[in-house]
Design a protein around this ligand. Sequence first.
Ligand code: SP5
Ligand code: ZN
Length: 346
Amino acid sequence: MKIFYSEQHRNHYPPYEVFDGGKRVPYFENPDRMDRILTALKTKEWGEFRLPQDFGLDPIRAIHDEGYLKFLASAWTEWLAMDPEIAATPERHAFLPATFALRRKTNRPTSSLHGRGGYYMMDLSACIVAGTYQSALTSAHCALSAADFTYNSKQSSFALCRPPGHHAGRDYAGGYCFINNAAVAANWLSAKAKVAILDIDYHGGNGTQDIFYERGDVLTISIHGDPDYEYPHYTGFADETGAGAGLGFHRNFPLPAGTGNEGYLAALDEALGLIRKVSPDFLVLSTGMDTFDGDPLGKFHVTREGFQEIGQRISGLRTPTVIVMEGGYANAALGENILTLLENFK
Ligand code: SP5
Ligand code: ZN
């Protein structure tokens, strides 16, 4: 199996994030996650590592707002230029806003850096540091490269993306995500063939949902912790099924805290039934491993046997699949877990 991966992600490693309650904690979405996955993949002879190709900005601009991309590109250097204290010890800092644009009709500020931060960010976890923009672009190029390979070969492939993408919307970052890798790849494929996105990360794929909400050409489905108790809190409920031309082409499966293999697989079977009805040429699988029993950010109890079954049932669609890495924070088990899932697609 082709694995598209770049070392570029190491330059995106914020020194902290801010948890609910205002608590500063070490960044959960860290490079060690990739090291665990790399170590596991390298024990197998079937993994063929490839560097991503550079697809340029056009396929990313097709999904993301121009002002937002400019903000991502310049926020860090703008901030350094504003504050000599930060510039003296950049490794101890990350850019975050402290004021957010909420539900009211908002205007887009064009000058204040922190104003733009609050406009383009949904929470305090998508911290920007020096390498963030380049890492996010390269991550998207891994997803595009995997999509290109899968399109041409009709074989499934793995985009080992970091930072992840599914919480990022057209004009906002959040949940460790900046560029929506799966959405960029799926949109690129959608110009050539019929594509569906299945999001199995523990957290609702709000960014992907928003991006495709009014499109009837790409079915999007997310299975996740019920937003009634879990991040991202405000979208991912069962009654959100798309709008306009997209009505009926988005589905959420919010599941209760404590969901184990059995409950998860029942929802998955329902989701796979919907995908079979649409019969896409390609599937983009937003793959988070944070449904794992013991994940520090999750409340599900999916086991390694569960991931085996999940992989088997999804690969049973016999649809060439672009597997895009999203979350998963039980680092010690992450390598084995992703391997268990991937082995079904090789
Ligand atoms: C890609 C991805 O998985 N992003 C997830 C972002 C989740 N951020 C919200 C974290 C809420 C933390 N609740 C912590 C409970 C600790 N016991
Ligand atoms: Zn997640």
